[in-house]
Every structure is written in structure tokens, then in C-alpha cells.
Design a protein around this ligand. Sequence first.
Ligand code: PMP
Length: 454
Amino acid sequence: MQTQACQDLDRAHHLHPFTDFKALGEQGSRVITHAQGVYVHDSEGHRILDGMAGLWCVNLGYGRRELVEAAAVQMTELPYYNTFFNTTHPPVARLAEKLCALAPPHINHVFFTGSGSEANDTVLRMVRRYWALKGKPEKQWIIGRENGYHGSTVAGMSLGGMAPMHDQGGPCVPGITHVRQPYWFGEGQDQSPEAFGRACAAALEEKILELGEDKVAAFIAEPVQGAGGAIMPPASYWPAVKAVLAKYDILLIADEVICGFGRLGAWFGSQHFGLAPDLMPIAKGLSSGYLPIGGVLVGDRVADTLIEEGGEFCHGFTYSGHPTCAAVALKNLELLEAEGIVERVRDDLGPYLAERWAELGDHPLVGEARSLGLMGALELIDPATEERFDKALSAGNLCRDICFATGLVMRSVGDTMIIAPPLVITRDEIDELVCLARQALNETARRLADQRVA
Ligand code: PMP
């Protein structure tokens, strides 16, 4: 199909997620037609290095025949069956076992969903059910973080701390509140990173005391905030948060939808930071995005209560434990494991990206270059003032569009540029990524300077 024909159909009938429909209608969509390895190809014949692994999910890269075959075999045998009404099937049972083997030892159960948002809806209900079964139904409040992202369903967006989402389609789910994020570059530069990390944990404690410790059920956070801007917390943050939660007997929900399955060089971000969360929502890298599947890894404390106390947990989805999605996810985990991909991110590719990415810190437009595992961010600043650009300039979006035209997918969150490439990227491809990013920064600087003169 020709580019124009596809764009016309799209414009006429397709409403895209997180999109200004009018603006997109005027501009026209980019048409992606196929992909291989770490590259996607568009309908105009361009090859683009996918620095975002789709939407933080194609961990194994594109074009893996093994995943296609796993889907074909399962679709032939049993394309769909539900897991309601005391029924199971081999792929879901095997996947549950595999996930529990990879997760920290205190996690031995999984509840499956179709997406990360559904995983967080599940978490909300499960946490409140847990405390009700424990005879503490007044423990209802869940504390999230400003600028955290936990999905786009009503519960997901309520748990998240994205103000523009709260402003549309509210009201949010009651009993959810937010505390400050550990975003040192954006909000903490008047202190050392260590002091700032401790201050953020202290803000959590203050909020708990304000609500009443016997009223707080759980704290939800991403080990590293992804959609908020690849925000890596100062080293002091997680140990201090863990201590606060233990002090007041509050559950920890570590949203692993992005950090899970190798992104930070450990199977789960929680393992990287030494967390022992009670619940871990997962999705994305679970199937490397080849099919939609998510879930919640449930720690023994919660699972044992739900199981031993009995009574129906009135929650679940048609596609909870979908056999074909489960078969593909299982094969994906087997390949990640057999090919040593998580260890390679930890020992080789993560450190290599850190070294090469840090070089971009010398660019006049870059106020900070940070990375962890295969996730990275560049904070754009105005070289004239060393402060953020005027928002009206949309420097981040300009840089993102230039990147795309240069042959690199890099996402912008305000004026923070972020990457999270497939975990199968090679050192040579990392070199290419950094080189393309630098070219795009140069061009962005040039265009912004031109705008000023004009
Ligand atoms: N949690 C986190 C941390 C996420 O990054 C996302 C998606 N970006 C979600 C939840 C929601 O997942 P989904 O889009 O699959 O519903």
C-alpha cells in the first residue's frame, strides 16, 4: 500500500493513543511497514534504528522466527481458552512456573492480564482485598508518585501521577494520592543527590503520617520511572523508602512493566535495587511485545492470605492467561535466558552504553546524560542560559522529529530525550545510535539558533 493511501485511511478512521487528532490529521502518520533486529522500516524506504524498542517492549528485537513458530503451534493446538471456572492449560501453567523461577524467591504466584494497565487495576483490587482479609479494611489509601506512569485505564491513570491524564475523564479512583518523585535533575539540584533521595523518602513518611499509618495500604512506584523521563533515583532513595514502608507495615508495589525482563541488566528492576516488593505488575518485555500479555507477580505474603482465607476474588479478564500469548511469552523468556541477554546487558552492553552515552554530556545542548542498563536520558538545556528552553520552543519534540528524519527513534518527554533500545543491540549499533543522537543534537541546536535569529 502506498504511503498516501495508508495515511488517508488512517486519517479518516483511526484515532491514535495519546494523540492530538487534529494535529496528526494535518501532518499525516508515519507508516511503518516491517522490522528486523533493531531496525524498523517505513513506507518511504527509510531504515530507522529503533532506540525505543517499540514502546519499551521489543526486548528480543524484531523478526524472531522462534516466537512466530511458538504462536503458530499454539494457535493450531488451542488458540484460545479461558482460565475462569477452574480451568487451565499447559502454556499458562508453564509460563507461571517460569516467571516464579525468575522472580525473587518470595514470589511464587502470578495473576495474568492482557496489559500493564490491567495489571495495575488488578494490583489496586488485590491490595485492598488483602487488607480486608487481614481484618484491616480501613487500610485503603495507595500512595503513588507525581509523574509516575501506571497505565491508561481509570485505575492505572489514578495510580499514576500524570496531571494531564487526571484532568481528563475524571474523577480519579478515590483513595489514591501522590508524593514527590526522586527526579534530581528536575527538582533537586539545590541539594546533593543523596540528600535529595532521602528528602523524597521523608516526603513519603510525612504523607503516611498525614493520612494515618493504619489507613495506608501500599506504595506504588516504578524502580526507574520510564514514561516520566527515564528517571533514575539517587542511590539513597530506595533504601530509605524501604525503611519507611517497613516501619509502617505498608505493601510495596514495584511496577516492573518497563524495568522487568532485563532492561536494567537484571531480570527485574527490583533485583537491581535490592527491593523485595509484595507485588510486581509486568507486561511489555514479557512477550517482547510480540503479543499483548501482562500480569502481576504476587509475593507470598499477599498470595498466601488470598489463598488460605478463601472466598472468590471477583476480578479477571477474558484474556487472562491467553494460551497463544502465554506460549509466545514462555518462548521469549527461554530465548532471553538461553542467549544470556540479561547478563550481557549487565556486564557488557549496559556499561558500554553508559560510557558512550556519557560522551553526549559534553554537547552544549545537554545538561545531563544518564543511563542505567539499556535505558538512557538526555536533559536538553539552552546553552545561552544553562536553564531549560522556553516551553514554547518545544525543543524536545523538535529534537525527536529531527532524530526520526536522521534515522533514529528517540522519544521526548518535555525536553528530556529518552532511549530504551532492544536488548539485542550490538556494540556497533550502540555506536551508531550515539552518533545519530549527536547529529540530531547538532541539527536541533542549529534550528533553535535560527529560530532565535528570525
Ligand atoms: N506501567 C508502566 C510502568 C508502564 O510504562 C506502562 C506502559 N508504558 C504501563 C504500566 C501500562 O501498560 P499498558 O500500556 O500495557 O497498559
